[in-house]
Design a protein around this ligand. Structure first.
Ligand code: UD1
Length: 416
């Protein structure tokens, strides 16, 4: 199994280009199920989650071809409505084929999704929304089957929580439903805005994009489109935190600060110097001091950057309190960071981090995608050697984290 081996890094220095957003690309790929024509996506990152979605769509009869970073997805040959269990169990985002399949085939069958083990992660809100649109949902043997024999109908849907995935699934389904769908308390994450823009290019009629009430007027047909997804704000944030943690000076080419206000504000509070430049975002490290951080839905601090932020705060002066509001089991990095000498106490949804002078290298395991990124960040600042195992989790969401850091001067390598 592959692992990262690394040593304490000098200050990171130089320029690196950020990848396009994994979380934007995955639902965009599912959109190919809703049209006979093809969708061309540019800048698609080479990630195992992307491969997983491509394989799932191919199983359903879509044709997915990739040339370097360009991917063409054609749903003209769609011949299935049941997603193979092996893909769905591997990746939670597989549930995003549910809305498109229901809209096009009027039926969909999937296993309950898997993915990172960061909480119970139910999908009740997805199912509630699709049910309100006329789908009947049956659950049995770890499977869910939804049918809308008369086709989906527009509905008024209030989400008890602004779930990203539920908003995406319902929005996609609603574009081909009969009549108007209103989603209240919809998620406002930039990836949802990006998805809405692709759907609009495909002929969908959506208003309220980026706001908490989305109004979608169903159309009879969607057509093909070309689209370049947004830069990956989580990869950007991770690299920004790595730069600051090492006291470096790094330009993140192609990064977009407009989706990272909360992260930039917190990093500045912590002592980093961050400036927007024409080509991207420049980050310079300073003396780091502890800050309190609460994860929230957008535009709040993203839960996906809580673990890397914690790793940075392990060596910041003073005490920091991190509060995780989005997922109930997202402190899986803590035991691993403690192995490296971090002083962290977890009390329910709060983690109290007392800054230490020094972390020391250790053999640590990536338990999930973002926890893995946190360990890499900690390894950059720890005395001696660090080995991060189970990096398959990291490779679900970062194209080549070790390569990007090595290009900035970090002594890190991926070894089999
Ligand atoms: C997406 C992102 C993930 C990010 C998360 C929150 C993708 C592929 N993944 O995940 O990286 O961490 O948003 O920003 O885009 N919930 C329910 N019922 C539901 C759906 C969700 O209770 O039907 C709960 C979840 O258990 C969780 C919270 O809502 O506690 C947030 O989940 P959600 O916003 O749906 O996240 P995902 O779409 O899974």
């Amino acid at each position: 199994m592959a692992q990262y081996v690394m040593q304490k890094s000098p200050a990171l220095h130089g320029e690196v280009r950020v990848q396009r957003s994994k979380n934007a690309v995955l639902p965009m790929m599912a959109c190919c199920l809703m049209t006979e024509e093809c969708i061309d996506l540019a800048g698609v990152p080479k990630l195992t989650d992307v491969d997983c979605m491509a394989a799932l769509l191919s199983d359903l009869g879509a044709t997915v071809t990739r040339k370097n970073d360009e991917m063409t997805l054609c749903g003209g040959g769609l011949n299935g409505w049941q997603a193979g269990h092996n893909w769905v169990e591997r990746m939670r985002a597989s549930v995003l084929v549910m809305g498109p399949l229901l809209a096009r085939c009027r039926k969909a069958r999937l296993n309950f999704p898997g993915g990172c083990a960061i909480g119970t992660r139910p999908i009740d809100l997805h199912l509630k929304g699709l049910s309100l649109m006329g789908a009947s949902v049956a659950l049995s043997d770890g499977c869910m089957e939804a049918r809308a024999q008369e086709g989906l109908k527009g509905a008024n849907i209030y989400l008890d929580f602004p779930s990203v995935g539920a908003t995406e699934n319902i929005m996609m389904a609603a574009t081909l439903a009969q009549g108007t769908t209103v989603i209240e308390n919809a998620a406002k994450e930039p990836e949802i805005v990006d998805l809405a823009h692709l759907l609009e290019r495909m002929g969908a009629r959506i208003s309220g994009v980026g706001q908490s009430t989305l109004v979608i007027e169903g159309v009879e047909k969607l057509h093909g489109a070309q689209y370049t997804p947004m830069p990956d704000r989580i990869e950007t944030g991770t690299l920004m935190l790595c730069a600051a943690a090492t006291g470096g000076d790094v330009l993140l080419m192609g990064a977009d600060g407009s989706s990272l206000h909360a992260v930039i504000a917190k990093m500045r509070e912590c002592g980093a110097v961050i400036t927007a430049q024409d080509q991207g975002i420049r980050v310079r490290g300073g003396e780091l001091v502890g800050v309190d951080v609460e994860t929230l839905v957008y535009p709040g601090f993203p839960t996906d950057l809580q673990a890397p932020m914690m790793a940075l705060l392990c060596r910041a002066e003073g005490t920091s309190i991190l509060t995780e509001h989005i997922f109930e089991n997202r402190f899986m990095q803590v035991p691993q960071l403690r192995k490296m000498g971090a002083s962290i106490t977890v009390r329910g949804r709060n983690a109290i981090v007392r800054g230490v002078m020094e972390l020391h290298g250790a053999r640590v395991a990536a338990t999930d995608l973002r926890a893995g990124a946190a360990l890499v960040l900690a390894g950059l600042t720890a005395e001696g050697h660090t080995t991060v195992t189970d990096i398959a989790h990291i490779e679900r969401g970062y194209v080549d984290l070790a390569g990007a850091l090595a290009a900035l001067g970090a002594p890190i390598a991926r070894v089999e």
